[in-house]
Design a protein around this ligand. Structure first.
Ligand code: ADP
Ligand code: MG
Length: 343
């Protein structure tokens, strides 16, 4: 038997990284969420080799003051909550203070930022088993740039699970789409291996929002969708649902957000399936982009580190509201629209 010893900070972070950093796409998710939490309305994403070799995300958010830079890289350090009560109604996408520490333990990560009231930007990275931070002045406009290189270079077992460049980039692009469809006021650019893949201006009007959806999902969707906007005293559901005739062989165009956060939830999936049951052919999948809004105190997002799972206080009333709203919307569609399935 070996004696008990304390894990080094890097090793502890690498173990924690197992939960949130699965692949380049998970890094992009965490970094984009940080940019959005910082109030950025412009985010540029540059990726090489499916995100394995390089992910560089630059935002024009609030930035990070020089004295906080080292803390930003350390575990359990966050500016987003400070007490348990805050967790009861968390309004930010992040709150665990783990992402940057985790990512920088399994890659070469540098953080460069400038914030209001400083005359220059600063750059920081973590080194060695204790992840001591090293910082130096570096010019940067107000905002933050995170540069991650060589994901899993020091954790070969993890690297083995990475797939082809194409597959990894596909996952990464999906993460960008998912966030772009819930933050219309933010402009995004995505470049892969020096090629521009997406260039999305901030969308303010409904027409601009629909244009963004069409660009990202399908040019035909808006001609084949019903607009939803329904409010009860406690809940609001709005967005677009595809006509039954616009169904898909795969469940690949389904976006559901709860208070701006993309979620996967069995109760929600069930309510939607029920609503489409009588109008959809067996084995087909509906298309939807839907936003559910409710009092944040009514949802627990602290179920899993990736925060894709949630728990509703009153799941039954959420289910009923979803089902009845969608059911009514679909019933209002002319019956001749529902005769034959599309491709
Ligand atoms: P969390 O998002 O859960 O707080 P992170 O490890 O993702 O934890 O980030 C740690 C902290 O670093 C954040 O709380 C925030 O204060 C700061 N931070 C990270 N990214 C940015 C960014 N792009 N702009 C401004 N601040 C940031
Ligand atoms: Mg975060």
């Amino acid at each position: 038997m070996r004696r008990i010893q304390q894990l080094s900070p890097r090793l502890a972070n690498q173990i924690a990284a197992g939960e949130v950093v699965e692949r380049p796409a998970s890094v992009v998710k965490e970094l984009l969420e940080n940019s959005i939490d910082a109030g950025a309305n412009r985010i540029d994403i540059e990726v090489e080799n499916g995100g394995v070799r390089l992910i560089r995300i630059r935002d024009n958010g609030s930035g990070i003051p020089k004295d906080d830079l080292a803390l930003a890289l350390s575990r359990h350090a966050t500016s987003k909550i400070s007490a348990l009560e805050d967790l009861e109604a968390v309004g930010s996408l992040g709150f665990r203070g783990e992402a940057l520490a985790s990512i920088s333990s399994v890659s070469r990560l540098t953080l460069t930022a400038n914030s209001e009231g400083q005359d220059t930007g600063w750059k920081v990275f973590a080194e060695g088993r204790d992840m001591e931070t090293i910082s130096s002045p570096a010019p940067h406009p107000i905002g933050t740039t995170v540069e991650m290189r060589d994901l899993f270079f020091n954790t070969p077992a993890r690297r083995k699970f990475l797939r082809t460049e194409k597959t990894e980039f596909g996952h990464l692009e999906e993460v960008v789409k998912r966030l772009a469809l819930s933050h219309y006021d933010v402009g995004f650019t995505l470049r892969h291996n020096q090629r521009t893949i997406h260039q999305l201006r901030p969308a303010k009007t409904r027409v601009e929002m629909e244009r963004r959806i069409a660009t990202l999902l399908s040019p035909q969707l808006m001609d084949n969708a019903v607009v939803i906007d329904m409010e009860s005293p406690d809940l609001r559901l709005w967005g677009w649902v595809g006509l039954p005739t616009f169904s898909r062989a795969q469940a690949d165009l389904q976006y559901f957000y709860v208070n701006g956060r993309a979620v996967k939830d069995r109760l929600i999936a069930h309510a939607i399936r029920q609503a489409y049951r009588d109008v959809l052919y067996g084995g087909r999948h509906p298309v939807f982009v839907l936003y559910l809004e409710l009092d944040p105190a009514q949802v627990d997002v602290n179920v899993h580190p990736t925060k894709h799972e949630i728990r509703f206080r009153d799941g039954r009333s959420v289910h009923n509201f979803l089902f009845s709203t969608l059911n009514k919307a679909l019933a209002s569609v002319r019956p001749e629209d529902q005769l034959s399935p599309a491709t």
